[in-house]
Ligand binder design. Structure first.
Ligand code: PLP
Length: 413
């Protein structure tokens, strides 16, 4: 029995899908303790958009640590935080004409979501949040209440309340996908209470790579404005360039009232999260939402350097869109011979959807044996989700796609 089996809780998950012991990593590669290399099409569930141990970020981090820079800072003002805020303002907000206040919650996506929900409720004085079918927003009680998956919800052990689910784009396969929501908000007898906010992912990553159309997002934003409902975009996984532009909602030309960021915002895989909101919503009392690890300053350093290095010009965005197109093309060719397979995606997040969900799990197992890390998502684990680092080289991308093609052909052929 390994010490993992002996001591680590049964709650552990990814180590079951990938039964080896990883040791080192660089760029798009992980190496296990036996020296076997794995190409990473998982990227820390989207926390490693710039790859493992990115040398530019690593250099800045080492220099900061060697110089005795502040490591733990709560929400005290620090040089590292000042430089990050200035870079966010100049590199991310100003070029996009965004006017956002920045909140540092505890350093996880779930904590950012909790803060966003609290703020929307506080500002509006209302309780109900509208969420979407197949949504994933994290595992704490508030975040779980707006998450769709039944098994995850069951873990709460208490009722998950003050939330009303709405159909995500494509869920009803209807001409007007927002028809029900519009109706529910307009009809005082619909039974849907006037909501504080709507929380949405522009692409549902954990929910099965469900891609909302830009037009649907625009209509949703218009509906929110017309009905006085806050729009929260949870960009924890799809932000930081995953879909091409820095924010995933940019394609729709919308400006959410509140945005959550985590996963890749720290740049290096260090824990960090942000909540961004319009200045008039900044109605927090000092300390009203806090947390011991809000001031993870080493993450502020790597976050700032990642923004400077990758977002001062359009090079990364362009590269992501090109690699995304290449990936989409390869996947269209992959699924064509198989009637039970389809594919969807945007930027560098793509899914291969299997009518027979057991095939998706087997494909991931075989891919692992052949040296590719790729995970399933969707309500029945029926989708193989591709989430390579954005900095993956063309050669590595081709290699990973070839490994995936081989695994699908072996399982479904
Ligand atoms: C991962 C994720 C979260 C939760 O983030 P944690 O850091 O795991 O708490 C929230 N929302 C979305 C969209 C995510 O992908």
């Amino acid at each position: 029995m390994t010490v993992f089996e002996e001591l680590e809780s049964n709650v552990r998950g990814y180590c079951r899908s990938w039964p080896t012991v990883f040791d080192t990593a660089s760029g798009a590669w992980l190496r296990d303790e036996n020296g076997k290399d794995y190409l990473d099409f998982f990227a820390g569930a989207g926390a490693l958009n710039y790859g493992h141990n990115n040398p530019v970020l690593k250099r800045a981090l080492i220099d900061y640590l060697v110089g005795d820079g502040i490591t733990h800072g709560l929400d005290m003002s620090t040089v590292a935080k000042r430089r990050l805020l200035e870079t966010l303002r100049d590199t991310v907000f100003a070029p996009r004409g965004l006017d956002y206040k920045v909140q540092f919650p505890g350093p996880t996506g779930a904590n950012a979501v909790e803060a966003a929900l609290k703020l929307a409720r506080k500002v509006t004085g209302r309780q109900t949040i509208l969420n979407f079918t197949n949504a994933f927003h994290g595992m704490s009680l508030g975040a779980l209440s707006v998450t769709g998956n039944a098994a995850k919800r069951a873990g709460a052990g208490v009722p998950l309340v003050h939330v009303t689910p709405m159909p995500y784009d494509g869920y009803l396969d209807a001409a007007d996908e927002l028809g029900w929501m519009r109706r529910a908000l307009d009809d005082p007898s619909s039974g849907v209470d006037q909501p504080a906010a709507v929380i949405v992912e522009t692409v549902q990553g954990e929910g099965g790579v469900n891609v909302a159309r830009a037009e649907w997002l625009r209509q949703l934003a218009e509906l929110c404005v017309a009905r006085g409902v806050m729009l929260i975009v949870d960009d924890v996984q799809m932000g930081c360039g995953r879909t091409g532009p820095f924010f995933s909602f940019e394609v729709a030309g919308i400006t959410p009232d509140i945005v959550t960021l985590s996963k890749s915002i720290g740049g290096y895989g260090l824990p960090m999260a942000l909540v961004l909101f319009k200045p008039e919503l900044d109605q927090w009392a000092p300390g009203e939402h806090n947390g011991t690890f809000r001031g993870n300053n080493p993450a502020f350093v790597t976050a700032r350097v990642a923004l400077e290095h990758y977002w001062s010009d359009g090079a990364l965005q362009k590269a992501v869109l090109a690699k995304g197109e290449r990936t989409a093309q390869a996947l269209v060719e992959l699924v064509a011979p198989f009637p039970g397979l389809s594919t969807r995606g945007r930027g560098l997040v793509h899914g291969v959807v299997f009518e027979d969900a057991s095939h998706a799990v087997k494909v991931c197992q075989l891919a692992f044996e052949r040296g590719l890390l790729v995970e399933t998502s969707g309500s029945a684990d029926e989708v193989v989700k591709l989430l390579p680092p954005l900095t993956i080289t063309d050669d590595e991308l081709e290699r990973g796609l070839a490994l995936l093609v081989g695994a699908v052909e072996a399982i479904c052929g």
